[in-house]
Structures are given as C-alpha cells and as structure tokens.
Design a protein around this ligand. Structure first.
Ligand SMILES: C[S@@+](CC[C@H](N)C(=O)[O-])C[C@H]1O[C@@H](n2cnc3c(N)ncnc32)[C@H](O)[C@@H]1O
Length: 225
C-alpha cells in the first residue's frame, strides 16, 4: 500500500490533509470551474444518461447537466456528496455516496466520465473498478478516462501512469482503447506546493497560476467478447 492508496478523500473536503507525509488541506482539484478537458469532451457528445464517477464537488456533473445529459454523479466521500447536494439541489442531478468499485447501481449509462478518479483508486482495485463500469455500460457506451500521465512535468508514479500500464489494466477490466490523446488536467497550485517541493516535482503553471498536469484522455469501449 502506498500513501496514495490511503488518501483521505473525506478529510480533504473537511480541511484535513489528503496524504500523510505532507499538508494538502485545500482540495487540489478544485479550480472553481469544470475541468477544461472535460468541457472539451462534453461539447462533442450527444446528450444521454451520463455517470460522473468520483464527481468531487460536482462542477463537471453540473456542466454535463447543463449540456442536457441526465446525470448520476457518485463519490466515495460523503462530505463531497453532501456539498454537491447543497450546491446543486435544483439541478436534477442525482448525487450518491457510492464506491465506484461496487456501486450497486441498477441502470446503464450512455456515457461514463472519469475525471481523475482512476488514479485515485488503489492500483489493486482498478480492474474491479473497470469491471464494475463495464456492468453499467451498454455495448455502445464510451467511458472517457482522464488520468495522470507519466511525465517529467507531472505527478509522480504510481499516481501517474505509462499508457502501456493503463492499457493492460483497461483490457483486464473488459475495455479497449479507441482513442488516446495527451491533455492537461488543471489543479490548485497552492494546494500542492508543499507536496511539489518535498517530491522535487517540476510542474508547469498556466497563465492563471493553475497546475498543468500532463494527463491521458482515453475513449474506451467494451471489449468484443
Ligand atoms: C482527483 S479527484 C477528482 C474529482 C473530480 N472528478 C474532478 O475532476 O474535479 C478524485 C475523486 O474521486 C473520489 N474517489 C476516490 N476513490 C473513489 C471510489 N472508489 N469511488 C468513488 N469515488 C472515489 C474522491 O473522493 C475524489 O472526489
């Protein structure tokens, strides 16, 4: 188990540190708006039933809802879900406090969105997670997976992954990669400053002072069996 596997996803939404070795008490992925890369994905999609897995503070789910999707959004953090319920009470989005590895949901989705949740799930649980997502998918469903890419300017391994590693996990989880593109995931630079220094990371910032974390956007389809 790494310290990332023990990340405190409930605590970080309550002002506690996300990981044990350094103080990360602001939510590092909270940028006051939806992730730009998610916006780019959503603008090209036909509205349908969409599952946002690991929705955090719900900004991506709200954007999907604004685009006309019928959105179900889940997170393992009860605190995050309660905040979403307060923030978006009239949005029509269904927010649930569920573990993505075993949701218990009894419906299928046209689109599944994973914005930086895959790498938040411990490595040994990722195949189980992807199999659970395959249970919630139609044959033509696309799973959009956005996750940290191994890079000199990114997050350390095992938070960040090589494409070959992700491909192996994805295939074991019942999916195949249809498209892979390099993108950036934006984050709160101040939140991870102590972490960046301690780990000696060379992370670039954009014009608004946000972290530009190298990531993969993968479009996944169910494997043909
Ligand atoms: C890096 S954050 C990304 C949040 C959001 N998707 C975004 O892009 O702003 C990862 C989120 O996944 C959630 N998470 C971690 N493990 C999970 C699991 N097993 N099931 C559901 N959510 C999980 C965390 O609580 C956190 O909110």
């Amino acid at each position: 188990m790494t310290e990332y596997d023990r990340a405190n996803f409930t605590g970080v939404y309550e002002g506690q540190s996300l990981v044990e070795s350094v103080s990360i008490t602001e939510v590092p992925w909270e940028i006051g708006q939806p992730q730009p890369v998610v916006g780019a994905v959503l603008k090209d999609l036909r509205p349908g039933r969409l599952l946002d897995v690991g929705c955090g503070l719900g900004r991506n789910a709200k954007l999907a809802s604004d685009y006309g999707h019928d959105v179900v959004a889940i997170d393992i953090s009860a605190t995050a879900i309660n905040k979403c319920l307060d923030l978006y009470s009239n949005s029509g989005i269904q927010f649930y406090n569920l573990d993505a590895c075993n949701t218990g949901l009894a419906m299928k989705f046209d689109v599944i969105l994973d914005s930086a949740t895959y790498h938040a799930i411990p490595k040994h649980k990722r195949i189980k997670y992807l199999r659970e997502m395959s249970r919630l998918a139609f044959e033509e469903t696309t799973l959009h997976l956005i996750t940290f890419a191994a890079s000199d300017h990114g997050m350390p391994k095992p938070l960040a992954s090589e494409l070959s590693d992700i491909a192996e996990t994805v295939e074991s989880g019942g999916w195949q990669i249809e498209l892979a593109e390099r993108v950036e995931y934006k984050g709160n630079a101040a939140a991870i400053e102590e972490f960046r220094k301690k780990k000696g990371l060379n992370i670039r910032l954009d014009g608004n002072g946000r972290t530009r974390l190298p990531a993969w956007h993968l479009s996944l389809r169910l494997s043909q069996s």
